[in-house]
Design a protein around this ligand. Sequence first.
Ligand code: HEC
Length: 203
Amino acid sequence: MMNWVRLLGGLVICGIAVSGAAFAGQTKSAGREGGHGSDIVAKRVAHMRSAADDMRAIADMLYGIEPFNGAQVAALSKAVAKRSGAAMVALFEAAEQPENSRAKATIWSDPKGFQKHADELKRLAEQLQVQAEKAAQEGTIARVQAIVARSAYLNIDHKLLAEARAAMQPLQKTFMAMAGQCKSCHQTFRKPKQDDDPSADEQ
Ligand code: HEC
């Protein structure tokens, strides 16, 4: 069946496979909690993985893998916002780099630079929350989704489809900026994975 998800998903965005896969990979990684670590690393890892789970759930809805639900995207964005900013920085308050930690010493030599990423992530997540609430209210995306679900591909009103895509674009842009903050903070402040570390995913 040609449903709206495949239609919108296929047409709206080609790049999502890349970021979707990156998030999927991240949450699958295992084994960081065990071994020669400390509670703080387990805490950081759990916190980061929850953020990654939320990001993946958002991506699924913004890029057509799951039907768009504005209220859900808003709630997930709020959850990411809560995990970023000061809450994220607090996990790195003590300059702890146990054996199994990938935290770089630069986190503590450049605390402002580190915090900037966490704060910018929070700002963007709050922005996405507002955008998703607005999209839920306007209902354009959900309306098109319902129409497409009822129609065969050829019957689709392409003007409506274009409207839905246009309504989705600002949310996708904010989401990509959020993912960019995850990535740039990792590039600057997280060590490359060690050879014996099975959590192989680089994001
Ligand atoms: C302010 C910097 C910063 C931001 C922003 C940030 N991270 Fe991290 N992240 C880190 C650091 C540092 C580590 C390594 C912690 C350690 O090993 O002690 C890490 C670790 C991780 C891990 C590895 C957990 C594991 O399985 O070992 C994942 C997954 C992750 N981050 C996902 C994300 C996602 C998704 C985002 C964006 C929503 C994000 N991070 C935003 C700094 C950041």
